[in-house]
Write a protein that binds this ligand. Sequence first.
Ligand code: ADP
Length: 528
Amino acid sequence: DGIAYCQMIFDANGRPIDFTYLRANKNFEPLTGLKDVVGKNVTQIIPGITTSNPELFEIYGRVASTGIPEDFEIHVDSLDRWFFVSAYSIKKNFFVAVFQNITERKLMEKKIEDAKIAARNVFEDLQAEQKELALTRAHTEAILASIGEGVITVDLLGTITRMNQAAQLLLGWKEEDAIGKLLFDLVPIENEKGKLIEHADRPTSIALLAGTSTTTTTTTTDEAWRGSLSMIKTIPGVYYYIRKDKTRFPAGISVTPVISENTVVGAVELFRDITKEREIDKVKTEFVSLASHQLLGPITAIKWHSEMLLSGNAGPLSARQRNFCEEMLQSSKEMIDLVDALLNVSRLELGALDLKLEPTDVVAVINQIITVQKGEIARKNISFTIRVADDLPVILADQNLLRSVVINILSNALKYTPPKGTIECSVRRVKVGERVDGRKINEDSIIIKIADTGCGIPAHQQDKIFSKLFRADNVRMLNSGGTGLGLYIVKLIMDRFGGLVWFESQEQKGTTFFVSIPLVHKILDVSL
Ligand code: ADP
């Protein structure tokens, strides 16, 4: 302890204003940091003490006058130290101060107090977060319960973490039995023919790996072509989920990866039973097929008889009669084209088309088509060029389908390019991994490119261009005639070929279509 013996000094009104150190022990100096205090007044040794610590004079004054001891803690500002002091008086106006330096204890106390406050703040934050979490969880529960589609969530490894009621009903599994199991083991998926879809090929694995949403083809509606939007990967073909009791149902599947801090941490798989949709679609397609077949007979008869009349078989025609007959012939030809297109669509959709694969010289097929179109090219005064690489292999393909693809794209280019425009066609071979028009080609392929300087496709309608019966606004106004089925057929065929078709286009400038046909043929079953 430090000890100082002091004499109190009072002013004329008896107020304590200073004190003189009469004695101090040897601990005084190390504890206070003050030297040679004996004989000096505190106001001399610690200037400013009167204003910084007026209570010191009050307390010592009281003790020295009354003789009643007092204990107190004080922070002496100018020394920046805390002291615990016991003050006694053995003689009136004199006092002894016994003190300890408690700065460290005080600092510790302050730290503890700060820590307490910090802990309290953290606790309060946690409570708020917990509340919010509970709210979010309640929302999620409600959303999951109210969704009519099956929802399964998985972690990065494909372990099931949640399964909503709809999924439980659709699959026959209880959520508590499913959680913790691998989705791949618990709910196998197979294709139309009953072949199990391997782990890596499941939509969920693809979504987890690619970090992009993945959907499967369900019907022939627009949905099937959402693949053209780069964020969503579409898998052609229909997948079947196997229930707990081993029965199966066709499903429309959509998987979205769960991304946290830029990393994929899991996925949400959404699915619904599309048995009914597929039945309705099939009935629709069958109806179109039947109606088209029935229409073909009468229309062909009209065409044939108009041709007979025009050839003079039924006697000479007046100019007016000839005119009517030509109108009739033209209309019947257009109608036959439409019915043909409809028949092709229904055959492709029903999968009723037998592929006839034979060694095919792609360029020869294209040249045949150009020969047929030569008249129209000349009539419109189109500058037409074709560039062919000299390393093109013969590929195994169905020539009729390949012809259909090229005819549709080339006749569009001709139809939608004004007179004196340009059409450039090129055929080349690309190796796996090469890029064509910014797009990476996944296998060795032949690329057919057809570029025109026509009216282009409006940007806001480009995502619908492969949909059934779709025609863009700018060509409707041209009155150019068309069914809106050509590109739909092209897309169906390319899906069947395992190839790709895409385009880039700018209104008023032109359109370039790309077709990529894999050299090693993969026939995909994309029928409904
Ligand atoms: P259509 O019988 O109307 O040509 P398609 O299915 O072949 O039907 O094409 C669908 C639509 O795509 C067309 O109506 C047109 O709006 C657009 N389109 C296709 N090719 C071209 C092109 N080369 N230039 C401009 N628009 C095109």
